[in-house]
Ligand binder design. Structure first.
Ligand SMILES: [Zn+2]
Ligand SMILES: [Zn+2]
Length: 254
């Protein structure tokens, strides 16, 4: 059994065949899928899906790309949505200095406001960090002692991995760990203790190497699991068991 800790099945590219995608995931052993909010509408849809399907959960939050959208009303809406028992975290939130779709100052503000929200609600956080490691860690360090979370689609260096290990943060690996050039990422996967690892697809993006260029879906999580098991020299069952336990712990899944 596997848990896809980060997918976006609410995305329009799944509108035509969402049911089939979910049943393929189940057949592939992916029994739980956490759909991650990226804006208010996406958060609402993630919650709707979680209400509709067994094994689906949701997070609510405003992605750094959409940081400009965050205001008091939106924060209140996120707070309301989080009352649903299937909302398991605040996210994805963070900083993205690669695309810079929102100005950096508003990204930082949105990040901090949502960290305060997570603290208030006692929910873990799903962090998106791209080429913003220094600022991400600076902001997170103010909260780390009272917070649990996930560094999703990990792309940082060993220092960031060490920070995750000493804080209550899990390191989540996605499709890039299967890409030929991802030597550093595989080194970090090998180094990271099993009890700190999570698996995710980030569907519909970042399909693993053998599906590269295609729409990604939770059923492809097995390719990522196989790669990490290979890197660590363990059986995929052992990796599945450990990462499922980690996902249960952080999201408090049944
Ligand atoms: Zn992300
Ligand atoms: Zn995502």
């Amino acid at each position: 059994m596997l848990v896809d800790t980060h997918a976006h099945l609410q995305w329009a590219s799944f509108d035509k065949d969402r049911e089939k995608v979910i049943s393929r995931a189940r057949k592939a052993g992916v029994e739980h899928i956490v759909n991650i909010g990226f804006d208010l509408e996406g958060s609402r849809k993630a919650v709707e899906l979680a209400e509709k399907y067994n094994g689906l959960y949701a997070t609510v939050g405003i992605h750094p790309h959409n940081a400009n959208q965050l205001n008091q009303n939106v924060l209140d809406e996120l707070r309301k949505l989080s009352e649903n028992p299937k909302v398991v975290a605040i996210g994805e939130i963070g900083l993205d200095y690669y695309r810079n779709f929102s100005p950096r100052e508003s990204q930082k503000k949105a990040f901090e406001y949502q960290l305060f929200l997570a603290e208030e609600l006692k929910l873990p956080v799903v962090i998106h960090n791209r080429e913003a490691q220094t600022d991400s860690l600076k902001i997170l360090s103010k909260f780390e002692r009272k917070m649990e979370g996930i560094m999703h689609c990990f792309s940082g260096n060993i220092e960031m991995a060490e920070w995750c290990v000493k804080s209550n943060f899990f390191i989540s690996f996605a499709g890039p760990v299967t890409f030929p050039n991802s030597h550093e990422l595989r080194r970090i996967a090998k180094w990271t203790d099993l009890n700190k690892i999570l698996l995710e697809t980030d569907s519909p993006w970042l399909a693993p190497q053998n599906k590269r260029g295609k729409r990604n879906e939770p059923a492809f999580l097995l390719f990522i699991a196989k790669k990490i098991a290979e890197i660590k020299g363990i059986f995929v069952d052992e990796l599945a068991e450990a990462t499922t336990e980690n996902a249960r712990e952080v999201f408090q899944l049944p």
